[in-house]
Design a protein around this ligand. Structure first.
Ligand code: AMP
Ligand code: MG
Length: 417
C-alpha cells in the first residue's frame, strides 16, 4: 500500500499547467493570470480632489482661521468627469467635487466644512465669494495622478489568482479581456451494470447513478469543466467505447470497477488504451485507486479511477482529483484548508490506514469541535451531506480519543461554522 502523499505525488507528476486563453473579465474570477499585467495609464489619470470643497492656491489661505477668515472670489465650479476652463489665481477659488481634476493654478482643496458655505446658504446669500476658515498646506485633499498605479508599472504578476479585487484593478486599467490559464475539461464516467440514469425509472435491483453528479459538481467547484460521459456497462466493449469519448478532455475520472475481484474488465481496457497502475492507497475510505495515462488519438490523457462507493469516490476526489485540477489551472496551493479541532468522539483505526471521518465542525468559545455525523459506511452518502469536514486519523494512530486534538480538512470553509 502506498501513502496518500505518494499517490498524490505520482498523479501530479503527470499533469501540467494548461495553456493561456483570453477570457472576458467577468468570467475570469478564480482563474490564474497567465501574463504579467502592466499599466499603460496613470491611475488616477490626473491630480484630483479627495473632498467636496474649494480648490485654492495654498498661499491664498495663509493665516486663515475661523476668527480671521480669508475671503476668496468664486470663479467657477467643477464636477467629477469635467475639466475646469478657468484658472485659479491668488484670491480666487473654484468650487470642486470629489474626483474632479484639480483646476490649473490650484494646489490645495479646502473641504466645505472648513468654509462658511453652510452659513451663506442658510442666509440665502448668492455664492459669489467664500470665507476660508483654515490655512491649507500645499497638496491638502489632493490625490496625485498615478498615486494608485503609475504608467508602465507592473500591476499584477502572472500566477495571481483573480479575486474580485484583482478583477476591479484590471477593470481600472480598462481591460475587458484578460489572459488566464484555461479551465481543464474533466470527463466523468460512471461504470456498473447496476446503474440507472436519474432520468429513468428505477427497476428492481438497480440504483441511480449518483457518482457522476457528485463528481461533476466537484469538478465545477474546483474550476474544471465537467464533460459527462454517462454510464458504461461492465463489459470491455462498453467501457472502451465510452473511454474513447474522453479523447478531447484534459483528464478522465471514472468511478467504480477498481475494487478487488472486479477490476479485470477495467484493467484489460485501460491496459489496451494506455498504461495503468492499480494502487491500494493507505486511506479509508478510498483504498482502491487506479491511475494511468491513456493514449486516445493525439493526446495522452491522465486517468484517475476512483472507487465506486459514493463516499469513497468523493473523498478520493478531494485528495487526488482536486489537486490535479488546481495544478492544471495554474494554482500553487493544493492543500485543503485544515483546522485544529477537538474530537467529540472516540474513533478507532484498526488497519493502519489514514481515516477521513465525516464530521460536523462547530465553534464554541473560540475553539473548534468535531463530531462524527452518524454512520460512517462508505456507501452512506448522506454522511457527506451532513458533514462540513473530514477528520484525519493518522495511519500510525490506533485511535483518536474523545477530547484529543485532531486535524480536520474543511469541506466548506466558514469561520463561524
Ligand atoms: P464497485 O467499485 O463497482 O465495487 O462499487 C462499489 C459500490 O459503489 C457498489 O455498491 C456500487 O453499486 C456503488 N456504485 C458504483 N458506482 C456508483 C455510482 N455511479 N453511483 C452510485 N453508486 C455507485
Ligand atoms: Mg461495480
Amino acid at each position: 500500500m502506498i501513502s496518500v502523499e505518494e499517490a498524490l505525488g505520482k498523479i501530479l507528476s503527470y499533469v501540467d499547467v494548461l495553456e493561456a486563453e483570453d477570457e472576458l473579465i467577468l468570467s475570469s474570477l478564480g482563474r490564474v493570470l497567465a501574463e504579467d499585467i502592466y499599466s499603460d495609464i496613470d491611475i488616477p489619470p490626473l491630480d484630483n480632489s479627495a473632498m467636496d470643497g474649494y480648490a485654492v492656491r495654498a498661499e491664498s489661505t495663509k493665516g486663515a482661521s475661523s476668527s480671521s477668515p480669508r475671503i476668496l472670489l468664486i470663479i467657477g465650479e467643477v464636477a467629477a468627469g469635467y475639466i475646469a476652463s478657468e484658472e485659479v489665481t491668488p484670491g480666487t477659488t473654484i468650487r470642486i467635487m470629489t474626483g474632479a481634476p484639480v483646476p490649473k493654478g490650484a494646489d490645495a482643496v479646502v473641504q466645505f466644512e472648513d468654509t462658511d458655505e453652510e452659513k451663506r446658504k442658510a442666509a440665502k446669500k448668492p455664492l459669489s465669494e467664500i470665507s476660508i476658515l483654515r490655512q491649507a498646506a500645499k497638496g491638502l485633499n489632493i490625490r496625485q495622478a498615478g498615486e494608485d498605479i503609475s504608467r508602465g508599472s507592473l500591476v499584477l504578476k502572472a500566477g495571481t489568482v483573480l479575486r474580485p479585487q484583482e478583477i476591479g484593478v484590471l477593470a481600472s486599467l480598462g481591460r475587458d479581456v484578460v489572459p488566464v490559464i484555461r479551465r481543464p475539461v474533466v470527463a466523468v464516467l460512471a461504470t456498473g451494470d447496476e446503474l440507472v440514469d436519474i432520468k429513468e425509472q428505477l427497476p428492481p435491483g438497480k440504483i441511480y447513478n449518483s457518482n457522476t453528479y457528485s463528481l461533476a459538481a466537484q469538478v465545477s467547484r474546483y474550476g474544471g469543466v465537467p464533460k459527462i460521459l454517462g454510464i458504461a456497462r461492465d463489459s470491455i466493449k462498453a467501457l472502451e467505447d465510452k473511454i474513447k469519448q474522453a479523447h478531447d478532455a484534459d483528464m478522465l475520472i471514472t468511478s467504480a470497477g477498481v475494487s478487488v475481484g472486479e477490476y479485470d474488465v477495467v484493467k484489460d481496457v485501460l491496459a489496451r488504451l494506455g498504461e495503468v497502475t492499480f494502487w491500494t492507497v493507505r486511506m479509508k475510505p478510498g483504498k482502491p485507486l487506479a491511475f494511468g495515462v491513456l493514449n486516445l488519438g493525439k493526446k495522452k490523457i491522465p486517468h484517475l479511477g476512483l472507487p465506486g462507493n459514493p463516499v469513497s469516490s468523493m473523498i478520493a476526489f478531494e485528495q487526488f482529483a482536486r489537486p490535479a485540477i488546481l495544478k492544471m489551472l495554474g494554482k500553487k496551493e493544493f492543500a485543503k484548508p485544515t483546522i485544529k479541532a477537538r474530537s467529540e468522539d472516540r474513533i478507532a483505526n484498526r488497519d493502519g490506514r489514514r481515516v477521513f471521518a465525516r464530521v460536523r465542525v462547530t465553534k464554541r468559545d473560540g475553539q473548534y469541535f468535531a463530531r462524527l455525523v452518524g454512520p460512517q459506511g462508505s456507501g452512506i452518502l448522506t454522511s457527506m451531506a451532513q458533514a462540513n469536514g473530514l477528520m484525519i486519523v493518522p495511519e500510525d494512530k490506533a485511535a483518536i480519543e474523545a477530547g484529543a486534538e485532531v486535524q480536520v480538512q474543511m469541506l466548506d470553509w466558514n469561520e463561524e461554522m
